[in-house]
Design a protein around this ligand. Structure first.
Ligand code: PLP
Length: 408
């Protein structure tokens, strides 16, 4: 029993646990536009002479993020691949990535015929800067995944990369709305890539977008995304660059279609509200977990203001695998699903499961972190009561494993 009885006296009916997988409805404003597109059949981004929904989305997204160019594509993975191709890296180029990321990230590098180099990630889910600096000696490019929106030290990363002229791509798939020194994540490196897959801040089922201030990268990416013949004329920017690259680059056809843009555009004005709610909800749960023996939520880096729609926390070092699994089961019994990245079979975020890369490298820090790092979805639509249900179910599960006792 907890000495103050505060947590254990709560009633937990797992059937009353909030559904963290259901999505929010798409704003009503999308309906009229979708109806118009269905009625006219105008679904291809390059059919209309101007004002196609995909082109409008690109202009609006570039404006919201503060970037010169935006290119909407079929997924964030497609954007990452195009970013590598647009950088014109030679075959076999070494691309540094954090070893804690989603399998689609090293996959995009393999697709671009480059070689991913996995960098250690610390207990705070961020790139280990000593390992990064060492591996950068032999690197040609860097792709920083801000995994679950946790931002690595972009000041240190950019200083090291700029000093050696190494391009940085930001995988901001799950970081839309996060800022670093007040500046939008995704605008710090040479290219930033975002996802509109259903589990991200803006939901179109599938979709992605890349942003850059570099006209050559923008022109190359636009052509390779599938702006064949003169279709690049429907993109703003330096038309000379497009002329130079037309027919010189392969067409990978990774375009977004108009229906996706019609789903995304009315969600853009809701972004700041979702970010504020996500941050408040995360911090509300984090306060409860940090007061709980055996659980800790790593602090953000000082320059970072996150836009979370989930929470990550660590189990104490001295917990065994059996205790970690018992904790997971105890949370499940209370209706809350906790993913422990390294303890779930075939997890796509555990680097040793990326068998397509060959034998897993030795990364003891990242491995130790993944074996104790927990992940719980906290969609930004949750109410305070729902957040409290989740927080206290997790705290109670930890107490059940620890045999009671709170830090404070
Ligand atoms: C979701 C995600 C991706 C992949 O995005 P898709 O749009 O599904 O291709 C890549 N990196 C991170 C960090 C993600 O969270």
């Amino acid at each position: 029993m907890a000495p103050d009885g505060q947590v254990l006296t709560r009633e937990y009916d797992p059937a009353k646990a909030p559904d963290v997988h259901a999505s929010e409805p798409i704003p009503e404003a999308a309906r009229a536009e979708i109806e118009r597109l269905l009625a006219s059949g105008d679904l291809f981004r390059y059919t209309a002479p101007e004002g196609a929904p995909v082109a409008l989305l690109e202009a609006e997204f570039a404006e919201v993020l503060g970037a010169r160019y935006a290119l909407a594509v079929s997924s964030c993975s497609a954007a990452l691949f195009l970013a590598l191709k647009a950088l014109d890296l030679p075959r076999g180029a070494k691309v540094l990535i954090p070893a804690f990321t989603f399998a689609a990230v090293p996959s995009s590098i393999v697709h671009a015929e480059c070689v991913p180099v996995l960098v250690e990630v610390g207990e705070n889910y961020r790139v280990d800067m000593d390992d990064f600096a060492a591996k950068l000696q032999d690197g040609d490019a860097v792709m920083i995944s801000h995994m679950r929106g946790h931002t690595s030290d972009m000041d240190a990363i950019m200083a090291l990369c700029d000093a050696r002229g190494i391009p940085v791509i930001e995988d901001a798939a799950h970081s839309l709305g996060t800022t670093w020194h007040g500046r939008n994540i995704g605008t710090i490196g040479r290219v930033g890539c975002f996802s509109f897959q259903s589990y991200k801040m803006i939901n179109a089922g599938e979709g992605g977008i890349m942003i850059t201030d570099d006209p050559e990268i923008a022109a190359r990416a636009v052509i390779m995304s599938g702006a064949y013949e003169q279709n690049w004329k429907k993109h703003p920017g330096l038309q000379n660059s497009y002329c130079q690259w037309q027919n010189k680059l392969p067409l990978y056809n990774l375009r977004m279609q108009n229906l996706s843009a019609a789903v995304i555009r009315p969600q853009l004005p809701a972004l700041q509200d979702r970010v504020a709610k996500g941050r408040a909800g995360h911090d509300r749960v984090a306060d409860v977990l940090n007061a709980c023996e055996g659980l800790s939520v790593p602090a953000p880096l000082p320059a970072e203001a996150r836009a979370p729609d989930s929470i990550q926390f660590n189990l104490a070092h001295d917990w065994t695998d059996a205790q970690a699994l018992a904790f997971q089961a105890a949370a499940k019994a209370r209706g809350v699903t906790v993913q422990i990245f390294g303890l779930s079979e075939g997890n796509a975020r555990a680097f040793w499961n990326w068998e397509f890369l060959g034998p897993a490298p030795d990364l003891p820090k990242t491995r130790a972190m993944l074996m104790r790092a927990c992940d719980v979805r906290l969609p930004t639509r949750l109410t305070d009561a729902e957040l409290d249900f989740i927080a206290h179910a997790i705290a109670e599960a930890a107490q059940a494993v620890m045999g009671g006792g709170r830090k404070i």
